[in-house]
Design a protein. Structure first.
Length: 510
């Protein structure tokens, strides 16, 4: 049964047409995936369905009834639930409190009945075979558990249409598998699901149908058996594109960066490796393996118990990010919102900030300031109206490229990328990969954390595998496969597959 039709939806913003005569429909029990590059119109379409935006033209048909537009209240009453990429939960409240937030259960005295809420929350989770203590504070949950909690909230409100925006962008391999299985179970119960993702392999696994948007228009809709990933890419970018961009061959130089015996109790244990000039050293492992914790120690974000960092043979061990930056080390964080961008600042201010830290001033005060930033914007193909606009108004991919541009201004020697293409469309991914390759040509040292295994293999020269806070193997990326790498992640490997530890494997990538 068709439960939703969006017919000929058009939406204009000043200077741009975000949606141009877009049509989209959904059946009960169907998983209909929506894909497209950043700026294709996916977010605007979802905002119209959730009542956050109003269309200029078109019709919304829900459960047989026609609407010109929806309010957020109508969308909620019509049992439409939207789960955004940025988790919408209150960390200081318990799991049960979050589920019942705004619809609290109260006793006869008007007091919130905490025990009853916890009991019902547990019953819901038991039905779904989910093991989360309803008494836990949300801040104690993993990213995967937070995504699952948002699903539980939607189910508690008896959602009939569930919209999921990049739900696995913060999850590891096993967590993603568990979430996708839960999504399939919800569809089997008759819930219609709109699933937005940049991970095309994921889309092909879970989608019953896939619709591609480009430049605010519907390009194509495919049934599950009708498409290939290559076809989706062509539709999304309007040209042929490699599924995975492979790092071009670059002359690998001498050791530039040396990490020695980095440790922090309970997080990282005695990690050592080196990175050669022109090399991309990948860091892989399951979520919670210690990858991000390690680079935070290297960059001076967190205090280490032991460890020394050397650049070109000189000891530079930073005790703070400021010291790291001054010594030519930069960190491009996976957390754009939390520690990447300054949302109340313009694109220009965000990009100039670290450049000025090196000069011990807050913002660069040069007559050529706009030209300097403008040149980087052009080089990175950042899509914006002006460098003076609020960085928060950019798409995720353009925010990520702006952060990268900030660090390019510093002329650093070491670039640490933590999930560089997380939540980024395929076109922007390719541009970021090319920038990384250009940095290698300049003989920069690159460390790259990625949970995207094909990305890790195709872009890295060597891959260091973290498990339980330890560096358990260093592998030549050109001599491994996803299956072999996963076995190393999980501990099911032999010495031949894993290679030798502590940087002793071959680093000849030419």
């Amino acid at each position: 049964m068709k439960i939703l039709s969006l017919n000929n939806i058009t939406k204009n913003f000043p200077g741009t047409r975000a949606l141009d005569n877009v049509s989209f429909d959904l059946y009960a029990g169907e998983i209909h995936c929506l894909v497209g590059e950043n700026g294709a119109g996916k977010s605007t379409l979802i905002k119209i369905l959730s009542g956050a935006e109003k269309p200029d033209q078109g019709e919304i048909v829900l459960f047989g009834k026609s609407y010109r537009q929806l309010t957020t209240r109508q969308a909620i009453d019509l049992k439409i639930a939207t789960i955004y990429q940025d988790v919408d939960l209150v960390d200081s409240l318990t799991v049960a409190d979050n589920i019942f937030l705004g619809v609290e259960l109260r006793d006869r005295f008007g007091k919130v009945d905490t025990q009853k809420q916890e009991r019902i929350a547990q019953e819901i989770m038991n039905k779904l075979n989910i093991h989360i203590d309803p008494r836990l504070l949300v801040e104690e949950l993993s990213p995967a558990q937070k995504q699952i909690l948002q699903l539980i909230k939607a189910l508690h409100r008896e959602a009939r249409i569930l919209v999921m925006d990049e739900p696995t962008s913060s999850l590891g391999i096993e967590e993603t598998k568990a979430l996708l299985e839960l999504v399939r179970n919800l569809a089997a119960q008759g819930i219609g699901i709109i699933y937005i993702s940049h991970y095309l392999q994921e889309v092909t696994q879970i989608g019953d149908r896939i619709t591609v948007l480009k430049d605010g228009k519907t390009v194509s809709t495919y049934h599950k058996s009708q498409f290939t990933i290559e076809q989706l890419i062509r539709d999304m970018v309007g040209r042929e594109a490699a599924l995975f961009y492979h790092k071009e061959q670059v002359q690998i130089g001498d050791v530039g960066l040396k990490v020695e015996n980095y440790s922090r109790k309970g997080l990282v244990k005695n990690v050592s490796f080196d990175v050669r000039k022109g090399e991309i050293f990948g860091l892989g492992g399951m979520v919670g393996s210690g990858r991000t914790e390690l680079v935070n120690l290297i960059f001076g974000v967190d205090k280490r118990d032991s460890g020394e960092l050397y650049l070109d043979g000189k000891r530079i061990t930073p005790n703070s990010p400021r010291q790291a930056i001054q010594n030519g080390v930069c960190l491009i964080t996976e957390d754009r919102k939390g520690s990447g961008i300054f949302p109340i600042r313009s694109v220009k201010e965000n990009m100039a900030l670290v450049h000025n830290e090196q000069k011990r001033s807050w913002f660069i005060r040069l007559p050529r300031e706009k030209q300097i930033v403008g040149n980087i914007v052009d080089a990175l193909k950042i899509q914006l109206a002006s460098i003076e606009q609020d960085i928060n108004s950019l798409s995720g991919g353009n925010q990520q490229k702006s952060i990268l541009g900030r660090w390019l201004l510093t002329q650093a020697d070491v670039f640490i990328f933590d999930e560089p293409t997380k939540g980024v469309d395929i076109g922007s991914k390719e541009e970021i990969y090319k920038i990384m390759t250009d940095l290698c040509r300049q003989q920069k040292c690159i460390i790259m954390i990625s949970s995207d295994m094909p990305e890790l293999i195709s872009m890295s020269d060597r891959i260091g595998v973290m498990r339980d806070g330890e560096l358990v193997a260093i592998i030549n990326a050109r001599e491994t496969s996803e299956e072999e790498l996963l076995r190393v992640y999980l501990g099911y490997h032999n010495s031949k597959e894993a290679g030798r530890k502590n940087g002793q494997v071959s680093t000849d990538s030419n």
